[in-house]
Design a binder for this molecule. Structure first.
Ligand code: FAD
Length: 563
């Protein structure tokens, strides 16, 4: 699988794939990063200058990689491990068998992310989502009734009605097919026409409100709404997102983030780790063989505790062991709550409106619990029914989503016993891993009374609650109604020509800054916005034939709502 999802100009507009193009800022990041002219050029006296990058996740690592190619010397500070929320934890005792604790399923619309995956030579396979051939079979266990299906058509009529109601609600409430046609065609005018009408209507309202007040669901039953919340379509339950702003859900479905998802073979953490080691062929200033790793003598700097102004518009960055270094620019990619809880940041560096946005950002919680098993035993057939003995399972029980990973012949399998969000994740927060595994096995026993999952477990289980990790405080942003203005302030901050001088030179990027939190493409593309911002801040220029996101900002910028 390669990044060849990027539309070829020769293809008719209706045949082009849906990609992550807008709707808020329809800039073709995929074209920008692969253009032969490159991303820009710095003045000679700036070549080799150090710039600070706080955080070695997807946003920080992509930005550092591109800034190195431009001839700068990124100095990456990382409080924990390279990868951030792309975290693939190996099971003890097995080679290359991992638990994907953060991002794990990557939609092919993520063309910037796949560009980097391709460059570093990572392979992907279809993600075993419910009702896809990659998962073989699915059990939907609702209200104590497990239903076995290999595809949507195998499920009872009510599920088809729910799917039809969702499609109808999207069509009537959000001009779904018109927007998808505009995204395929990369028709900026049309995208803006549709989206700018919807922003003021749906910024104030929840996902639940959208569904519950749609004709499509109102003329059906509460049961339809409930099934939609528990099972959803595509990747599983949606009800944990019900309080979110509907705009956030529309972005996901318009751009097909919820479809055609891939799993990175061997673990997605390899993406930032390989970028760290990669030696690009074409670079300004640096000799062949230079990588982020060689520029850092093998390891990132420690976590940051202080960001303060220094003389001449520079920034003084202090790490947790007290060492302070000065930089002409800094990019912060950690979660924004950390700027008021873990890092002492001089207040003057952001306007009060920006501080408000950084602090009002709301995080969703998420917990996952994985076990390694001796083999993919779920593929065994039940002699009585002829069905798989166990399947990808969507449930209203504690487990919510159970995913099965076949690592190939002669290799142990992996089960994500439970992937949950919000209240379902909080229920587990104080519980140790053993207890979590037992609870999940017990829940699954109700669904599969004849399968002894525990007898297949080998090695130690692995679990995570992102909200309990001091370097994250939550899994990812989930904007609430009324948050559009906060998203807008954070996203547009990379274009700094209107900011007062004391607020320039510090950039923010990552999942929090993105319009599509919880999807790595948003983190990657905000990192690219920051690359443009830093290039400009240091007096650089983009090539005429390859204008960057800030060069086209006036033409493409997200609509502003009045304060
Ligand atoms: C549970 C979960 C499931 C997800 N599922 C998907 C999915 O299926 N598909 C998808 O596309 N995306 C998914 N995502 C989203 C994706 O993982 C994120 O968008 C992306 O990894 C965020 O990258 P980032 O660089 O913005 O932030 P991060 O990865 O959080 O990087 C920020 C880094 O900053 C570091 N840091 C914190 N404090 C400091 C400090 N004081 N000094 C220095 N460094 C510091 C952190 O340790 C971290 O490494 C998921 C995320 C989670 C948590």
């Amino acid at each position: 699988m390669t990044a060849s999802h990027v539309p070829a100009v020769s293809e008719p507009a209706d045949k082009r794939p849906i990609t992550y193009f807008g709707p808020d800022f329809p800039f073709a990041f995929d074209d920008w990063i692969k253009h032969p002219a490159g991303l820009g050029k710095l003045p000679d006296d700036k070549l080799g200058s150090e710039v600070a990058i706080v955080g070695a996740g997807a946003a920080g690592m992509v930005a550092a990689f591109e800034l190195m190619k431009l001839g700068l010397k990124p100095v990456i500070y990382e409080a924990a491990r390279i990868g951030g929320r792309l975290r693939s934890v190996p099971f003890e005792g097995a080679e290359g068998i991992v638990a994907e604790l953060g991002g794990m399923r990557f939609p092919t619309c993520s063309t910037a992310f796949f560009h980097y995956l391709d460059q570093i030579g990572l392979e992907t396979t279809p993600f075993p989502n419910p009702l896809t051939s990659a998962s073989r079979s699915t059990v939907v266990d609702l209200a104590g009734q497990p239903l076995y299906a290999e595809k949507l058509e195998d499920l009872p009529k009510v599920f088809h009605e729910v799917a039809a109601a969702w499609a109808e609600a999207l069509e009537h409430g959000a001009q779904f097919s018109a927007m998808q046609a505009a995204i395929r065609a990369r028709d900026v005018r049309r995208i803006k026409e549709i989206w700018n009408r919807l922003i003021p209507i749906w910024d104030d309202r929840t996902f639940y409100g959208f569904i519950a007040t749609s004709d499509a669901f109102m003329r059906r039953s509460f049961r339809h709404l409930e099934i939609f919340g528990q099972v959803g379509f595509g990747t599983g339950g949606w009800d944990t997102d019900f309080p979110n702003s509907m705009l956030e859900i529309l972005r996901v479905v318009y751009t097909n983030c919820d479809e055609d998802q891939r799993l990175v073979t061997g673990g997605v953490e390899q993406m930032p780790r390989r970028l760290w080691k990669m030696q690009p062929d074409k670079m300004a200033h640096w000799p062949r063989g230079t990588s982020l790793e060689t520029l850092h003598a093998g390891a990132p700097r420690p976590g940051v505790v202080r960001i303060a102004p220094a003389a001449g518009g520079r920034f003084a960055i202090t790490d947790r062991w007290g060492a302070t270094r000065e930089f002409p620019a800094v990019l912060v990619t950690c979660q924004s709550w950390l700027l008021t809880t873990h890092i002492e940041v001089a207040e003057q560096m952001f306007s009060q409106k920006h501080w408000m946005a950084l602090d009002r950002t709301r995080y969703m919680q998420s917990a996952k619990t994985f076990v390694m098993v001796d083999r993919p035993f779920w593929k065994d057939k039940d002699p009585k029914t002829g069905r798989d003995v166990m399947s990808m399972t969507l449930s209203d029980r504690l487990t919510r989503g159970t995913y099965l990973f076949d690592n190939g012949p002669g290799k142990p399998g992996v089960i994500c016993l439970s992937y949950s969000w919000m209240g379902d994740a909080l229920k587990l927060l104080p519980l140790p891993v053993e207890k979590r595994v037992k609870l999940m096995l017990n829940a699954l026993k109700q669904v599969y009374p004849n399968v002894d999952i525990a007898s297949h477990i080998i090695g130690d289980p692995i679990t995570v609650s992102w909200e309990s990790d001091p370097n994250f405080l939550g899994a990812f942003k989930g904007a609430l109604p009324g948050h559009y203005r906060y998203n807008h302030r954070m996203y547009c901050h990379f274009v700094q020509n209107q900011l007062p001088p004391q607020e320039r030179g510090i950039f923010i990027a990552g999942d929090d800054v993105s319009w599509t939190p919880g999807w790595v493409e948003g983190a990657v593309t905000t990192g690219l916005n920051a690359v443009w911002g830093i290039l400009k801040h240091l007096g650089g220029e983009t090539p005429k034939e390859n204008p960057g996101p800030g060069d086209r900002f006036e033409e493409l910028k997200p609509m502003a709502l009045p304060d």
